[in-house]
Design a protein around this ligand. Structure first.
Ligand SMILES: NC(=O)c1ccc[n+]([C@@H]2O[C@H](COP(=O)([O-])OP(=O)(O)OC[C@H]3O[C@@H](n4cnc5c(N)ncnc54)[C@H](O)[C@@H]3O)[C@@H](O)[C@H]2O)c1
Length: 438
């Protein structure tokens, strides 16, 4: 196996090792259990050391007091090395960060069980930043072992994953564990202040809104001859629903999360369309490149959601709400009876850093917050929109939450060596209750 090759993996290995690890890790396992007070050092490990895992590690070291980064884990050795090099570079230009960088060779783990090794390495807090398809398993293992978590969004890709995450949320609450989730807008002063005003009645009752994530294309990695189908898919995880959930789930979840935050609720119904205009090349797997979804909330409010990833098309990312007395851009202004504009401070708030400051501060109070349920609901909102577009049917919240839908390739599916690309979803044919290759 070359340095750049992901070790062979199988769901069987994955599930068996999860169960074994869970059994082996009775919590709280060490002096660094879940009670972290005052100035105790909080030891952090990262699982999934790609772009965001590396970024989140830096944000945590920059923003949180009394933390040390002590362990790294990734499926791919080359990604882990790149992460270490990036962090060393960051440390070289920032003495404060350098003092918190304590990763040693024996705390760097690669392979499919790297997540268990990180969890088991004496850390107090794990940052989860692998592709979202693995998130339910990684979350469950971390909470089982009594670790605080910072998890990237989205937190699942299918109905089975959401149900697992909701169970993990309850377990984490019972264990008084902190869970922050990478919906950074929830930690940005501009959004917080604007949404407080909306919820305080500044635009009256919210009756509708529009949320957008329209942008150009994204990266893809050319296949190398030595890569198995599985390695090719995992390295190009954006383009496979079992790993990313499609871009409405992977990316647009941010804006749907803002809609749920503003309305203080999740939608009850969705109707949508979508398709694949640009992504016709097999290198783009089987996902769509655009969606438009109409969401209905129990209050009667409607949110129109739109997302697109097509090169050369215009960017629009944001959220706009209409109330009985005015309108609002959720990150900056109120228009109507009580007009108001957010005054941008000299140092613009950075949600990516602030979310780590806030999580660690809450852990130190002994009453850590847990954002998992709210982001599980936002993730399910996105899954519901995806399913409305994929199936061509109206989706209800309860039907999607309870669906027999599990997109993870099953035990023995060629042991992930030879893995087919699932069909492109087709309205009228694709069913809500389905497994990965349907
Ligand atoms: N909050 C935000 O604004 C934001 C921005 C970018 C990405 N993200 C999220 O962060 C996550 C990672 O995205 P990225 O851009 O860093 O992708 P990436 O491809 O750069 O990194 C993913 C990493 O996970 C590793 N990996 C794959 N399977 C693994 C497994 N089973 N166990 C351990 N490691 C595994 C890969 O080798 C890779 O290093 C995604 O959920 C994405 O949605 C969030």
């Amino acid at each position: 196996m070359s340095d750049t090759t992901i070790p062979p993996v199988s769901r069987r290995t994955f599930l068996n090792t999860t169960a074994a690890a869970a059994a082996a890790m009775a919590w709280p396992g060490s002096a660094h259990g879940f009670h972290i007070w005052g100035s105790d050092v909080i030891r952090v490990g990262v699982i999934g050391c790609g772009g965001r895992g590396t970024g989140a590690a830096g944000d945590c070291l920059r923003g949180a007091e009394g933390v040390e980064l002590v362990a790294l884990g990734d499926l791919a050795p080359d990604r882990l090395s790149e992460c270490r090099a990036q962090l060393a570079k960051l440390g070289a230009s920032n003495a404060g960060i350098a003092a918190k960088l304590k990763v040693t060779d024996d705390k760097c783990f690669t392979g499919f069980d790297a997540y268990q090794k990180v969890i088991n390495s004496g850390v107090d807090l794990v940052i989860l930043a692998s592709p979202p398809g693995y998130r339910p398993t990684h979350l469950a293992a971390a909470v089982e072992a009594g670790k605080h978590v910072f998890s990237e969004k989205p937190v699942a890709v299918d109905a089975a994953g959401i149900r697992s995450v909701l169970a993990t949320y309850e377990k984490a609450r019972a264990k008084n564990l902190g869970i922050g989730v990478g919906t950074q807008r929830r930690h940005q002063a501009d959004y917080i202040e604007t949404i407080e005003r909306i919820q305080g009645g500044a635009i009256g009752q919210v009756i509708s809104g529009q949320v957008f994530w329209n942008q150009g294309g994204l990266w893809s990695r050319d296949r190398k001859p030595e890569w198995t189908d599985a390695e090719w898919q995992i390295r190009n995880w954006l383009y496979f629903a079992w790993l990313s959930g499609d871009h409405i789930v992977e990316q647009h979840v941010h804006n749907l999360d803002v809609a749920n935050w503003v309305l203080g609720a999740h939608p009850v119904k969705a109707t949508g369309v979508g398709g694949r205009q640009f992504r016709t090349d097999p290198k783009f797997g089987h996902i769509y490149d655009h969606f438009a979804v109409d969401y209905e909330y129990a209050s009667g409010a409607r949110i129109m959601s739109m997302c697109r990833q097509i090169p050369g098309s215009a960017n629009r990312v944001g959220e706009w709400f209409v109330g009985t007395k005015g309108m609002s851009d959720a990150s900056s202004k109120i228009v109507g009876d009580t007009p108001w504009t957010y005054m941008v401070p000299e140092r613009r708030p950075n949600g990516y850093v602030q979310e780590h400051t806030d999580l660690v501060a809450s852990i130190r109070t002994g009453r850590p917050y847990n954002e998992l349920k709210q982001v599980a609901e936002s993730t399910l909102t996105a899954i519901m929109g995806r399913e409305a577009a994929y199936t061509g049917q109206e989706m209800t919240w309860d039907a999607v939450l309870n669906a027999k839908q599990d997109l993870t390739p099953p035990v023995g599916a060629s042991d992930y060596g030879a893995l087919i690309v699932p069909p492109v979803p087709m309205p009228g044919k694709t069913k809500l209750d389905r497994v990965w290759d349907e």
